[in-house]
Structure formats: C-alpha cells, structure tokens
Design a protein around this ligand. Structure first.
Ligand SMILES: CC(C)(COP(=O)(O)OP(=O)(O)OC[C@H]1O[C@@H](n2cnc3c(N)ncnc32)[C@H](O)[C@@H]1OP(=O)(O)O)[C@@H](O)C(=O)NCCC(=O)NCCS
Length: 178
C-alpha cells in the first residue's frame, strides 16, 4: 500500500522515516552513520517539506513504514541545482536544470527489499507530477538503485559527476495542462 504524505504528516513521520533511512543506508556497502539519519529527520525533512511541490510517498506493512521516496520542484539558486549545473555541460544544464522534479531520497527497509517496493514507490512519486523533467543522482557503480532507475526508463545523463555519483533524467513529455 502506497500513501502520499502531506508536508506536516512527513514531519510527524520523520523519526520513523529516519529508521527506514538507517536500515537502508546503514547497511554494509552504504555505511551511513546513525547521526546522518538523525540529521535527515531533524533538518532535511523539515527544510525540504517547505520546497515547491514537495511530495513524499510511503509504503506500509501492518501500519509500519517499510519504504519511502520524496522530492520537490528544484530551482536554480538552490544548492543541489547549482552544484549539478556546475558539473555538467551548459547545454545539459539549460535543458534539464530548473523547474525539474528533484528526487531526493528513495529507501526501503533491508528486510522489505527485493519485493518490488522500490519500483512501486518511484512510480507513485512520479505519477501525476506537473514537471516535464525529473532528475536524480545515484551511485555510479552497479547497484540496485541505478538498476531500478534504468528499468523504470530513466536516462543516464552523466555517468560520473566527479564525486562517485551519476546523474539520471526522466523526460515525461509535455506537462499536464499544457
Ligand atoms: C534501491 C532500493 C530502494 C530498491 O528497493 P527494493 O524495494 O529492493 O526495489 P525492487 O524490489 O523494486 O527492486 C530491487 C531488486 O529486486 C528485484 N525484485 C523485485 N521484485 C522481486 C520479487 N518478487 N522476487 C525477486 N526479486 C524481485 C528487482 O528485479 C531488482 O533486482 P536487481 O537489483 O537485480 O535489478 C533499496 O535497495 C535500498 O533502499 N537501497 C539502499 C538505499 C539506496 O540505494 N537508495 C537509493 C539512493 S539513490
């Protein structure tokens, strides 16, 4: 079951989201520290929940959150947009960056992985967005996340931005209402 959480609901759920975050990103090979999950709950979610078109989707089993994905409409002048724009060609930046939907995080609890939840969450996140283009960065090596994005039709725009991350884009065609 996938639910969309409003910004206030996302803030309320932040501790539970952080526990999912730690399960997924604290696993061997990802190795994030518990402090990063705490910062995710106390700073990242509250800050990002105020961004344009913030959207967060969760999967649940028995009432417990098993996975989530979220993003918002990104603009030039924001840290991520400007960092990516500086790392790609001007042509690519002009075409893709600014007004895009920025997928910030996707995580599924280790014990709930490999059952299709990651794909379901991404599909629910992207569904019905007003943005023509969506962007995300992920690991540049071969892992479940980049495989999943490619399977869902995301295009590899830059294999390595210079810090071990690859840039992927999704062109959804003409935005709704235009
Ligand atoms: C990336 C991530 C969210 C994927 O979540 P998931 O729920 O396992 O995703 P899916 O189940 O849709 O797909 C994962 C794999 O399971 C397979 N799978 C899906 N349903 C399956 C089923 N019923 N039986 C067997 N395998 C299945 C998929 O084919 C896929 O295989 P692949 O990795 O060999 O390509 C999860 O691995 C994760 O949280 N990773 C750590 C955090 C991370 O990397 N986040 C993304 C940062 S950009």
């Amino acid at each position: 079951m996938i639910d969309v959480l409003a910004p206030a609901e996302a803030i309320q759920a932040a501790p539970e989201l952080a526990s999912v975050y730690l399960s997924a990103f604290g696993a061997p090979g990802y190795d994030e520290e518990p402090e990063r999950a705490e910062q995710f709950a106390s700073e990242q979610i509250p800050t990002h929940s105020e961004r344009d078109d913030f959207k967060l989707v969760v999967s649940r089993a028995g009432g417990e959150i098993t996975g989530f994905a979220y993003g918002f409409t990104g603009h030039r002048g924001q840290w991520w947009s400007d960092r990516i724009a500086a790392a790609v060609t001007p042509e690519l930046a002009d075409e893709w960056i600014g007004g895009h939907f920025e997928v910030v995080e996707l995580a599924v609890r280790v014990e709930a992985q490999r059952q299709g939840l990651g794909a379901e969450l991404m599909n629910a996140l992207i569904e019905d967005l007003p943005n023509r283009r969506a962007l995300l960065t992920t690991y540049s090596d071969d892992r479940p996340a980049p495989r999943l994005y490619r399977r869902l039709g995301w295009k590899l725009l830059v294999p390595d931005l210079g810090w071990g991350s690859a840039l992927y884009g999704l062109d959804r065609g003409v935005p709704v209402g235009q």
